[in-house]
Ligand binder design. Structure first.
Ligand SMILES: C[S@@+](CC[C@H](N)C(=O)[O-])C[C@H]1O[C@@H](n2cnc3c(N)ncnc32)[C@H](O)[C@@H]1O
Length: 350
């Protein structure tokens, strides 16, 4: 069966790795924000993916004209799709629910492109095609059993039945929110990039609402989780979101530029640094990054790894020049709320 997943741009490779590692699925390539794959297992298992925002069973994919006839071509792509029944049965298996009558809605999206028709017209065309294909289905504007999503990216059209719901991207643990809290899928991708191991002492020195610590806790075994933040409010939010889970864990109010931790006591550091306009003066940021990097350099064990997220590439690169033992293993661009940012994967020399 053919599937695709929406991912935050930049996470295509990491999400592809998760899909292969967990399901042994065959990747069918990717393009910005989308990973294609083929797999014959139980579609319900796909709802457990952690680095994807949404997952779909493929209905159709192909080029359609950006002129008005594109609408008709798109309708035909759906009406004649040999995959539609299979996509619907994947949905049935992933989200079994007894209903008297199947309801559906169409969600139409567009990334760029110069179409000579409106997105609304495309949605209507899709609705017509689905109704033609399944005359007994009832069309709704909201809360439908089956969601058919179409995405126009340039002259390519992608149509699928959505298997996931909002809990895939938002999870269910975020009771306490703080500003600049990280998207869980990004946090999980950072955890995976850090290559965690069962015996790890894992640290997030600026933990905000605790997203990274929770995603590490969910990922698998560890020996100790450590987190902290300079703001009491963030520490409280982390404690609320963690609840009684993920022991042993310690969350403290501290300054990440002067950590109360021993030299060489941590295996993995994963951290979403403060960045962007709201954070403060560039000078303050430089000083924070320098003090922080020097602490990561000190507390990591030799051979340990750190994955840091920031949009302040230059500031972090400058701070890293002063580090004694840390070196940059990989720099990966990612998009954070429409802004270009980077995962810095660092290693401590042995
Ligand atoms: C971008 S947010 C992290 C968000 C977090 N990853 C989440 O998902 O909620 C950065 C955090 O760094 C904290 N912070 C700023 N300066 C700090 C410092 N010197 N020491 C510790 N934490 C600091 C802020 O209070 C903020 O909560």
């Amino acid at each position: 069966m053919e599937f695709y997943a929406f991912v935050i741009p930049g996470l295509e490779e990491i999400a592809g790795q998760e899909i292969v590692e967990r399901f042994g699925a065959q990747l069918g390539g990717h393009r910005r924000g989308i990973v294609f794959f083929t797999w014959d297992g139980d579609p319900a298992a796909l709802l457990g993916l952690t680095t994807t925002e949404d997952v779909f069973a493929l209905v159709g994919r192909g080029k359609v004209s950006t002129e008005r006839e594109g609408l008709e071509e798109a309708g035909a792509l759906v009406a004649d799709s040999p995959l539609f029944e299979e996509a619907v049965s994947a949905h049935r298996r992933a989200r079994p629910k007894k209903v008297k009558r199947i309801s559906f809605r169409v969600v139409a999206q567009r990334h760029g492109g110069r179409q000579h028709y409106m997105r609304k017209e495309m949605r209507k065309e899709m609705e017509r095609a689905v109704s033609w294909r399944f005359p007994k289905w009832k069309r709704l504007d909201e809360d439908a059993l089956i969601e058919v999503w179409d995405l126009e990216a340039g002259s390519e059209l992608l149509v699928g039945v959505r298997l996931s719901d909002r809990t895939m991207r938002h999870r269910t643990y975020k009771e306490a929110q703080i500003e600049a809290s990280l998207r869980p899928t990004l946090a999980r991708a950072m955890v995976r990039l850090a290559e965690p191991a069962d015996g790890d002492v894992f640290l997030d020195p600026m933990c905000g609402a605790g997203t990274i610590l929770i995603e590490r806790g969910e990922y698998g075994r560890y020996s100790q989780l450590l987190g902290g933040d300079i703001r009491a409010q963030a520490v409280a939010a982390t404690r609320t979101n963690i609840g009684p889970r993920y022991k042993p864990i310690e969350v403290r109010e501290w300054d990440a530029g002067s950590l109360p931790l021993d030299d060489g006591s941590v295996d993995r550091v994963v951290c979403n640094l403060p960045f962007g306009k709201k954070v403060g003066e560039p000078r303050e940021m430089r000083s924070l990054y320098e003090r922080f990097v020097s602490e990561v350099d000190r507390v990591l064990k030799s051979g340990g790894a750190a994955v840091l997220l920031t949009s302040e590439r230059k500031t972090l690169e400058l701070a890293l020049r002063e580090a004694k033992m840390l070196y940059l293993e990989r720099l990966m661009p990612v998009e954070v709320l429409g802004q270009r940012a980077f995962f810095f994967k660092l290693k401590k020399a042995t």
